[in-house]
Write a protein that binds this ligand. Structure first.
Ligand code: C5P
Length: 221
């Protein structure tokens, strides 16, 4: 996979019009668009349909965290929306994670489609943390059957060394060298993240707030 194909745009914008603007501008340079609580709360599934019609794929980042049955039902809905990947908090624990995996598998087989990748959130990259906290959560997530974990690029090498099972590392907190870190505490550049073993890079403000977002994407590597 080329480095540029590992970039996921965090579509953290206010409304459908703004989302369409960035999808139209950046697809196909960017093929995966992350829709999080900000945009989804504002405009719901129509934005996912728009991305998919365009040819892009959706990373639904609603960070599910609830009792197992509720999360399982939410995961079923996400499968129906044909998302490529979705997130949940590993703090929700093994039972919640397993219920989510079962629901994703059942619903995908009913619809005869591939189930989404299920990705667990360890510790938000806006927080200072110890690597042992991240390792404990990442290990719990992977051992419970998740396909991947969200972690900072600075933790990827360590986690991949410590956790023997294979998993995808999804890393936010990416910043061009000279950029401000905003509220992200554990940042890395795109090149550093790839070198460390990140499988997907989640990038929002460095692209969204750039004078020329397309150029900002091109300058990542
Ligand atoms: O704008 P920025 O590049 O900081 O965007 C990072 C994105 O990654 C945001 O959408 C944020 O919700 C998400 N994220 C994060 N840390 C996590 C999980 C997700 O920053 N642990």
């Amino acid at each position: 996979m080329k480095s540029s194909e590992k970039v996921i745009l965090a579509l953290d914008v206010d409304n459908f019009e703004r989302a369409k603007y960035f999808v139209d501008l950046l697809y196909p340079q960017i093929k995966i668009f992350k829709v999080g609580i900000h945009l989804f709360t504002g405009c719901g599934p129509q934005v996912l349909e728009y991305i998919e019609k365009k040819g892009g794929e959706v990373f639904l980042d609603l960070k599910f965290f609830d009792i197992p049955n509720t999360v399982a039902q939410a995961v079923r809905q996400a499968v129906r929306l044909k998302v490529k990947m979705l997130t949940m908090h590993i703090l929700g624990d093994e039972e919640m994670i397993k219920a989510a995996i079962t629901a994703a598998e059942e619903e995908a087989s009913l619809l005869k489609i591939k189930r989404p990748l299920l990705v667990g959130v360890t510790v938000l990259t806006s927080k200072e943390t110890t690597s042992s906290d991240v390792l404990t959560l990442a290990r719990l997530g992977v051992e419970s059957g998740l396909d991947g974990v969200v972690c900072s690029a600075r933790e990827v090498e360590f986690l991949k060394k410590e956790i023997k099972q294979q998993f995808l590392a999804v890393t936010p907190g990416i910043r061009p060298k000279e950029a401000v870190s905003n509220d992200q505490k554990r940042t890395a550049t795109a090149k550093e993240a790839i070198a460390a073993g990140s499988d997907f890079l989640v990038i929002g403000r460095p692209i969204l707030a750039a004078k020329d977002p397309l150029q900002a994407v091109k300058e990542l590597f």
